[in-house]
Ligand binder design. Structure first.
Ligand SMILES: NC(=O)c1ccc[n+]([C@@H]2O[C@H](COP(=O)([O-])OP(=O)(O)OC[C@H]3O[C@@H](n4cnc5c(N)ncnc54)[C@H](OP(=O)(O)O)[C@@H]3O)[C@@H](O)[C@H]2O)c1
Length: 513
């Protein structure tokens, strides 16, 4: 089956949405529109929504960035839709859609630019019948988030005159607890919380939403989803790629800020949360925050950091992190982080949650493993076979977030023959096979939800601050005690030896992915 992130077909997308999920007429304004994210993800996602008949007929897009690009912008976006979105260049709707895409060149701190932007939006309202409704998308470096929101407020664009004004803010939302609080305070001065949509594109992935369906739409799993039956949980977010030329960004971020504080903590909360009273933004956010608040302060001995050195990935020799372009040759930025969490509540007390995330690992795989306790008595322990059957292995539910999206259940089965020999086997659900499509990359769903005002899959102020509260002490302790052994893992491996030791200490090991 396909392992790439294929976009869901327009027909499937339409089928999965009820007819009433079509937003009111609006203009989507993307700040940072000449950047990588807009071209590769946002415009293709908007076009897929258009193909699926999920955008309002009265609609327009305005890209905002610094350089005066003229027609070059439209051409670049068209290329992005065709290449990034897998769209046929001759697609009948593409010209019509591109007719709704506009560009406005300005500097983000230039007041005059916002005055002209407002005029442009009013002109587009008349042309397209968009009625003053706006969705602003801040696809910029985080340093600009507060400035742009402030300028929108100062120029009368932050409060709706008639319909709605909403603002999507990209990650990273802050770089520690204090900066996240300051950013929240800054944007809350101009926007109410229900206007702010902090995006984590992981939450737009079908496989992530499916964790909730798996847990709460099936009667058989929830009774065993607790400390009585579960031994431990593992969350892996592994990438085989390096930093892809984004040295300056990654030098400031590192694996903990880039992945653990947001994506991994979101996955953990979906696995660990209590059933919400309904599938709505507020009940889900409440349950997620309760999980994060129940996590005990993380001990330094429960954390591992790493940085890749030279090694082999997919049979090719690759350079170490410190040799990457625009990276400090003595950099202490971690490209790998692992840690052990304890959620001190009725359901999870005593069940460790192990999380690891890193770059230049052996393969690309984001996966959650729920490992169950062994049966109280191992009746067949003397009859294990050879090879993969040589040990009695515990039951496992593994949720593959990407690639090969799906869920497997591992259990023991009798090997055919005259002896009573058991062997672990898998029962497998595979998205592509079951539904005939691979899941979308997340942006379609989240853009549509934001246009509709549905904040269920977006981060709330409380949640962002709760996860930063957990991560900031680790960052501070790491900064105060620079690593002495970097680089400490070879590119193409599964991270530093200390990561294996973290689990070995508890008599456990990372599942081989
Ligand atoms: N790329 C991804 O796959 C990805 C994934 C997840 C999250 N994100 C987040 O999304 C955001 C954008 O990422 P990106 O990769 O698209 O960034 P990028 O390629 O560096 O693009 C930055 C954009 O901001 C514009 N810009 C910068 N300074 C400006 C200024 N003073 N005035 C006006 N425009 C200015 C640039 O315009 P000019 O070109 O005219 O200079 C460009 O359009 C970041 O917060 C990033 O962390 C990105």
């Amino acid at each position: 089956m396909a392992t790439t992130e294929v976009t869901i077909s327009p027909e499937e997308l339409k089928k999965s949405s009820s007819p009433e999920r079509i937003p009111d007429p609006c203009v989507v304004v993307i700040f940072g529109a000449s950047g990588d994210l807009t071209k590769r993800k946002l415009l293709p996602a908007l076009y897929h929504l258009e193909q699926g008949g999920l955008l309002p007929s009265k609609f327009a897009v305005v890209g905002v960035a610094r350089r005066p690009l003229g027609d070059e912008f439209a051409q670049d976006m068209r290329d992005g839709i065709v290449k990034g979105g897998g769209v046929d260049a001759k697609d009948a709707k593409l010209d019509e859609f591109m007719g709704k895409v506009n560009y406005h060149a300005m500097n983000f701190d230039d007041a005059d630019g916002y005055i002209k932007l407002k005029q442009l939006l009013e002109t587009l309202d008349k042309k397209h019948g968009t009625n003053g409704d706006r969705l602003f998308y801040l696809a910029t470096a985080p340093d600009y988030f507060a400035e742009i929101v402030h300028q929108l407020g100062a120029h009368g664009m932050a409060k709706p005159e008639k319909g709605m004004v909403r603002v999507i803010i990209e990650k990273p939302f802050g770089h520690d607890l204090q900066s996240a609080r300051e950013l929240n305070d800054d944007v809350n001065k101009v926007l109410s919380e229900d206007q702010i949509f902090r995006i984590d594109h992981y939450l737009g992935k079908e496989t992530v939403q499916n964790i909730l369906v798996f847990r709460f739409a099936n009667g058989i799993f929830e009774p065993i989803w607790n400390r009585n039956f579960i031994d431990h949980v593992q969350i892996t977010a592994a990438e085989s790629i390096g930093i892809e030329g984004r040295g300056p960004f990654y030098e400031k971020a590192g694996a903990l800020r880039d992945v653990v504080q947001n994506h991994a903590m979101e996955l953990l909360s979906f696995v660990a949360m209590e059933p919400p009273v309904s599938f709505g933004a507020a009940p889900i956010r409440t349950e997620k925050v309760k999980v994060w608040k129940a996590i005990q302060p993380i001990q330094m001995r429960d954390t591992v950091r790493g940085q890749y050195g030279q090694g082999d990935v997919d049979g090719k020799s690759v350079i170490g992190y410190r040799k990457e372009e625009r990276v400090n040759p003595a950099s202490n930025t971690e490209t790998f982080a692992a840690m052990r969490f304890h959620i001190e509540n009725w359901r999870w007390a005593g069940v460790p949650f192990y999380v690891r995330a890193g770059k230049r690992l052996a393969k690309r795989a984001t996966e959650i493993t729920i490992q169950f306790k062994q049966p109280p008595m191992l009746l067949f322990k003397d009859s294990a076979g050879t090879g993969k059957c040589d040990e009695i292995q515990p039951n496992i539910i593994s949720m593959r977030i990407q690639p090969n999206e799906g869920i497997s259940l591992r259990f023991a089965a009798k090997v055919p023959g005259t002896t009573m020999q058991s062997c672990p086997v898998n029962m497998d659900f595979d998205y592509a096979t079951a539904f005939g499509v691979s899941s979308a990359n997340g942006y379609e769903r989240l853009l549509l939800d934001a246009m509709l005002g549905d904040a269920t899959l977006f981060a709330h102020r409380d949640g962002v601050e709760a996860t930063w509260s957990l991560m900031t002490p680790i960052l501070e302790e790491w900064a105060a005690d620079p690593p002495k052994d970097f680089p400490n893992y070879a590119a193409g491996s599964w991270g530093p030896a200390a990561s294996d030791a973290l689990l070995a200490r508890d008599g456990r090991q990372w599942r081989k992915l």
